[in-house]
Write a protein that binds this ligand. Structure first.
Ligand code: PGA
Length: 255
């Protein structure tokens, strides 16, 4: 098997969990776990905890991200948060178009494409989430759905910017359900995603990180990371506890 050249990214999405003080305590624990120089680690706390977590993780090499952003510099958008605000709070990455945003808050691909663009303009790294629902999966529409999400979601991204974009494939039926895609199922979609990226942006596609997300746990991380086109993971539930998250960070793809 060809050795992977892409530096893996292990990302935790804390969703609507952890108050600022709880997040700060967790970041302190994270500071103490063994480090690896061949992989990147990212945590995405709720907005209210970004600044505190960034401060605790300063100088550790562990990155901090936001879970969402509103695609405007500022303005009368009650309840929303701007790229400038999260950047100043310490965000280096931003999750864009998570399936919970798409499903619960009706975000569509057009709107998500604006988020991806503005995050790049502010010098942060967007993680564009794509993935099919159970119904779409059962109807055999996985590839069509993912292709459309990529093509619209990335349509404002220039050839120069694409190297700073991360893609996360998260089949909706696998999120928070305990039902993960098998490593082979995920690999098939990841390699399809890389093919679409190649059509859109050329050879740079071979260096773009494609993460898998959906019920990633200590029990399946090694097998997932052994797949050629899986360059990391986006972890929800299992990123909230230090034991499971540190085991995931310490994955061994040759296991
Ligand atoms: P999960 O969530 O790991 O709890 O399935 C993943 C995600 O929503 O990013």
């Amino acid at each position: 098997m060809r050795e992977k050249l892409i530096r893996p990214l292990i990302a935790g999405n804390w969703k609507m969990y952890k108050t600022p003080s709880e997040a700060e305590d967790f970041a302190r624990e994270l500071r103490e776990i063994p480090k690896f120089d061949d992989r990147d680690i990212l945590v995405c706390p709720p907005f209210t905890a970004i600044a505190k977590v960034r401060k605790v993780l300063d100088q550790t090499g562990i990155f901090v991200g936001a879970q969402n952003v509103y695609p405007a510099e500022e303005g009368a958008f009650t309840g929303e948060i701007s790229p400038k605000m999260i950047k100043e709070a310490g965000a280096q990455y931003v999750i864009c178009g998570h399936s919970e945003r798409r499903q619960i808050f009706n975000e569509d691909d057009e709107f998500i494409s604006k988020k991806v663009k503005i995050v790049l303009q502010y010098g942060m790294i967007p993680i564009l989430c794509v993935g099919e629902t159970l119904m779409q999966n059962e109807a055999g529409e996985t590839f069509n759905v993912v292709e459309a999400q990529l093509k619209t979601g990335l349509k404002k991204v220039s050839d120069n910017e694409i190297k700073n974009v991360v893609i996360a494939y998260e089949p909706v039926w696998a999120i928070g359900t305990g039902k993960n895609a098998t490593p082979q199922q995920a690999q098939t979609v990841h390699s399809f995603i890389r093919k679409i990226l190649k059509e859109m942006f050329g050879d740079i596609a071979s260096s773009i990180r494609i993460l898998y997300g959906g019920s990633v746990k200590p029990e399946n991380i090694d097998q997932l990371m052994a797949e050629q086109d899986i360059n990391g993971v986006l972890v929800g539930g299992a990123s909230l506890k230090i034991d499971s998250f540190s085991r995931i960070i310490g994955f061994n793809k040759n296991h």
